[in-house]
Design a protein around this ligand. Structure first.
Ligand code: SF4
Length: 239
């Protein structure tokens, strides 16, 4: 596991403006801050460059990162049409750097930007540190068939902390099995039937399509808001 060594410095893979491509806020303009480093290794990971710190990674202080974010915002201000801009902290796994995020948000960003966190939902002690400053938490439930770890206990702790700000995403691959999907639905519905669930196919494939339709029918019996949604940025061919 990558550990954060310095609360005021974090490794950043990239910072850019684009439109959200996943989940229930798909289509909204955002500034993306992608951290380097992840504590998991999912077999469908589509951001392999952010998994490890590499020669392209840049270390930022909170102040330098804030200045960079403001610069990107100023260059894209017109795309927000006067609305409060949203920043998506993504990765890799951004919560590895929760102490850095806390400093960054408290010192520079709170009240100016909406704070959106995209996380693998496996670091419940870390989300506690910044929860009160978050507006939206996009949490994955990771299946053992994809990441080779049983994370359900940790996911339960995470969901209990975040239930009022979270929506959950599950990525369905050829390997995802019905038993683990049922387990995820039971976990979510016991905490709150109002938590939104997104079922995201990992690719366009007949076997996965069938699975996704079957899983929708299972989920919708216990959770009020369920939708099937592929990654839009890939269809749209944007970052
Ligand atoms: S948690 Fe996300 S970034 Fe980490 S390996 Fe899985 S898909 Fe990739």
């Amino acid at each position: 596991m990558i550990r954060q060594l310095n609360k005021d410095i974090a490794p950043i893979d990239e910072v850019f403006f684009s439109y959200q491509g996943e989940g229930i806020y798909a289509g909204i303009p955002q500034i993306f801050v992608r951290f380097s480093g992840c504590n998991l290794r999912c077999n469908y990971c589509d951001t392999p460059n952010s998994l490890n710190i590499n020669s392209k990674t840049k270390n930022f202080t909170t102040q330098a990162l804030c200045e960079y974010i403001i610069d990107i915002y100023n260059k894209n201000k017109n795309n927000f049409y006067g609305r409060k801009p949203s920043i998506s902290f993504t990765g890799g796994e951004p919560l590895i750097y929760a102490d850095f995020l806390l400093n960054l948000i408290k010192s520079y960003l709170k009240n100016k930007f909406l704070i959106y966190i995209e996380t693998n939902g496996s670091l419940s002690q870390q989300i506690k540190k910044i929860y009160k400053y978050c507006d939206v938490i996009s949490m994955d439930i990771k299946f053992q068939s994809s990441c080779k770890k049983d994370l359900f206990k940790e996911h339960k702790n995470f969901l209990e902390i975040c239930k009022n700000k979270v929506f959950v995403k599950t990525v369905i691959t050829k390997d995802t099995n019905e038993k683990e999907f049922h387990k995820a639905i039971n976990l979510i519905s016991k905490i709150s039937k109002n938590i939104h669930l997104v079922i995201q196919p990992s690719s366009f494939d007949n076997i996965i399509n069938q699975k996704v339709l079957n899983f929708y029918s299972i989920a919708t019996l216990k959770i009020k808001n369920v939708r099937i949604l592929p990654q839009l940025h890939k269809l749209w061919k944007i970052k």
